[in-house]
Design a protein. Structure first.
Lengths: 311, 311
């Protein structure tokens, strides 16, 4: 089995209350691949410039991730994003966005990437997401991310993509914006009528929720005393979630498996935010993941017990 | 066993995207008592004006709640609050606050209220909370709420009260403000050093978290497709939580029991927000509560399963 991700490879400049980085490896496809590669062979598709060096490529290739479809644009510069987080990390301000090589990006997937069993369309222009869907032969499971910008300026294209995927992974507020629903429960219900059979609502520091037509499931973020940099947490979560689904191809997609996928995504994301950018996950050992899944289980379980209430 | 709550009885004017009420029964002690009375005999202590009628008193007395310590101030008017919620109910704007009889309120507890096994200090001036503590003989369990205003203008008095209670129930952002911590996990840890052995962080529509020195526990809000009015949700949660603790006196306070208390508080709060003010909980039947507790359990549980990760 294998998993293809199409999305951004980037350099980020980030400032948080815990410090700053002027130029660190980032991008949705990068964070996704680092997490998903714990579960499956990953193929990364995305453009970089001349400034994307061997060091960055080495991190991207962690655990055998295939970078053959990373397109190096001669004379181009890698996508760049700069942002600053508020004191409690709840809000972030974008200081600079330079699309660079992304401006003219047209995904060209190798046969290997097209044949992948599972596909993740990270947050890029919806028309490009659609184009990738058209190139792929017959993926068993397709998940996608998006953002408020595309809901604002490319809603029609976005809805065309959403109609064709199995799973939409989006921030809760974006789900509400997409559906004009007043809360995430009714928003998710509406998205399930748009095509996907699975909706994952990312709730930032509060965790994530999973919705299917038969089930829903809520998991908190892994509790940390110190969060250094939330950049890439959502993509790392997606990498853990989709990666877990990808490596369970033969057992089929069911509620129990999806719930565990939510837990693995949550565990991975918690490591991502412990340090800047990819710093922590790049050196994460596989043995560190399941203890956090077990901890997530222990902090959410309770046993009910019959009780006589006053009438 | 019995449970005393000291706090506001109020009339609220509320506007939400689902409608408005110009004058409805409200107040922390009211919402708390309606929920807690499912679990234990409640004594309410708080002031009202001449405008607080038989109808309001009847709702307050639901399930035998003792209103003997509701102090009627001759010629006075009941506390009044007016507010408007944003489209997604995330934010609320206070349009008017009239302290009225609350301005000169000095809690005077009857012997019965003083002797209560469990005490809840709803959100009032910290010095009055302290005064109530002094009046009580020897409660087995004391919980309290507060708000950002008192952290701003009466921090010293507030910390004096916090040092003497078993359990602080506060919004997550207020916990962060109180401790100057960047997140709720480190904030709760700091509060556990200030005296309380239990900290409950209310996270609004995202649920609540429980912290003790040995344990922590996270529970989502009960998922609802329609939330009509969040007013009083926190106090209803507190009523369910503290009420559950109160009726389990003999089994002692332990993690399993506290986790169930969180679930009952969450279930009660979910009914509160389904309609305006006390409208839904006032006619809630005891038999409706445990199904929501069971549902909360089912939407948060997952089984881990060994998996071989790629190294």
């Amino acid at each position: 089995m294998s998993l293809t991700v199409v999305g951004s490879l980037a350099f980020d400049a980030v400032e948080t209350p815990f410090g700053k980085r002027d130029r660190m490896l980032g991008g949705a496809a990068t964070h996704f691949a680092l997490a998903a590669s714990f579960f499956d062979q990953v193929h990364v598709v995305g453009p970089v410039g001349d400034d994307f060096g061997d060091e960055e490529m080495a991190i991207l290739s962690t655990r055998g991730t295939n970078t053959g479809d990373v397109e190096r644009v001669e004379g181009g510069k890698t996508f760049f994003w700069a942002g600053r987080y508020s004191a409690n990390l709840n809000e972030r301000e974008t200081l600079d966005t330079q699309l660079n090589v992304f401006e003219t990006f047209q995904p060209k997937l190798s046969q290997e990437s097209r044949d992948a069993d599972v596909l993740f369309l990270a947050n890029i222009v919806p028309d490009l997401q659609y184009d990738v869907l058209e190139q792929c032969t017959n993926p068993r499971f397709v998940a996608m991310d998006s953002m408020n910008l595309w809901i604002d300026i490319a809603r029609e294209s976005l809805e065309k993509v959403i109609a064709r995927v199995d799973c939409l992974i989006l921030n809760d507020e974006e789900l509400e914006q997409l559906t004009d629903a007043p809360n995430v429960v009714s928003a998710a219900k509406q998205v399930l009528d748009m095509g996907p059979s699975i909706v994952v609502a990312k709730q930032g520091k509060y965790g994530a929720a999973l919705f299917t037509r038969e089930d829903h499931f809520w998991i908190p973020a892994f509790p940390l005393g110190t969060v250094v940099d939330p950049t890439g947490a959502g993509d790392t979560f997606a990498g853990g979630f989709v990666g877990y689904v990808a490596c369970h191809g033969y057992e089929g997609i069911n509620s129990d498996m999806l719930r565990r996928a939510m837990a693995y995504g949550t565990a991975l994301a918690s490591y991502n935010v412990e340090e800047f950018g990819t710093e922590r996950v790049a050196r994460l050992d596989a043995s560190e993941i399941s203890p956090r899944v077990a901890e997530l289980r222990s902090i959410t379980q309770f046993e009910d017990r019959p009780i006589t209430l006053r009438g």
